[in-house]
Ligand binder design. Structure first.
Ligand code: SF4
Length: 283
């Protein structure tokens, strides 16, 4: 079976299970990136009942925000329910509240801004095995446990655990990853052959589209802040406020200004004489 057919079968199965166990349509998470656009197209082709949900991060590039709005408007005109989940706190407010910058080791922003926005629902994501080593452990369908070891994961379409997942007493959310076995070039081949409209940032040299300044994005953050200097200023302002909050809480820090924090944060590594995040966490 080709990739498209397999993905559509997975969507149909997840959609049926969503209606059966939750009494609600399957949720297609949508970030405005290329994988999300492939997912939306496959959902439309499947004929399955679904809703689309975007978690507004408050640090997406304007192009991404416009692209999401455009795609959701098109879906709504077809009668598909779309929701943009707006968080109570912005990234800038979150930094001040947490009293630390978001880091690889401390991705509190993902937990607050992106995860848990669709509790107790069956959710489909655009996670793919070829994106990272960590994601290679994800499955076609998952019942998340409180601990990773308790997670039930279906690694292929004929996995013996399928009955277990289908019969399990559902508590909390379930996850389907219909395009998990698509590689990078499969995504772009599909987008090009099916003429799917995608986020214009890819034509501006971006390989990934997501939060501006994400600590997971490595050196590409330099380009992001060159292209979006307003976001750089906003991070520095947020770090200034964070330092005030740290001082008011009576905590010590060697950072003197928001700009110091920004420079440290951009290095994403420990420089001699500079504070490292473990020092900070252990204070
Ligand atoms: S900045 Fe990165 S870690 Fe934070 S919410 Fe965005 S994607 Fe997640």
């Amino acid at each position: 079976m080709d990739l498209e057919k397999k993905a559509i079968e997975r969507i149909k199965l997840a959609s049926e299970m969503s209606m059966q166990y939750y009494g609600k349509p399957l949720v297609c998470t949508y970030s405005g990136g290329k994988d999300s656009d492939v997912m939306l197209e496959l959902f439309k082709r499947s004929g399955a009942q679904f809703e689309a949900v975007n978690s507004h991060t408050t640090v997406d590039a304007p192009q991404t925000v416009y692209h999401i709005r455009k795609k959701f408007k098109e879906l709504e005109e077809k009668g598909i329910k779309c929701t943009i989940h707006k968080p109570k706190l912005t990234m800038w407010q979150l930094i001040e509240k947490k009293k630390m910058p978001p880091c690889r080791m401390q991705r509190y922003c993902c937990e607050y801004l992106k995860e848990n926005t669709t509790p107790n629902r069956f959710v489909a994501t655009g996670v793919r095995w070829d994106e990272s080593q960590k994601r290679s452990k994800r499955g076609i369908m998952e019942v998340p446990g409180a601990k990773i070891k308790d997670r039930i994961t279906l690694m292929n379409d004929n996995d013996d655990k399928r009955l277990l997942i289908e019969r399990c007493e559902i508590k909390g959310s379930m996850i389907s990853n219909p395009i998990i076995d698509w590689r990078h070039h499969d995504i772009w081949d599909f987008i090009r052959s099916e003429k799917i409209e995608y986020n214009s940032l890819y034509d501006d040299g971006y390989k990934r589209v997501g939060c501006i300044g994400c600590p997971m994005a490595g050196k590409s953050r330099y380009k992001e802040f060159r292209d979006f200097p307003t976001y750089k200023r906003a991070y520095i302002r947020a770090f200034d406020k964070m330092l005030i909050a740290i001082n008011e809480a009576g905590k010590k820090t060697r950072w003197k200004s928001g700009n110091d924090v920004f420079l440290w944060w951009m290095e994403d590594e420990n420089i001699e004489g500079q504070m490292n995040i473990e020092d900070y966490l252990n204070q």
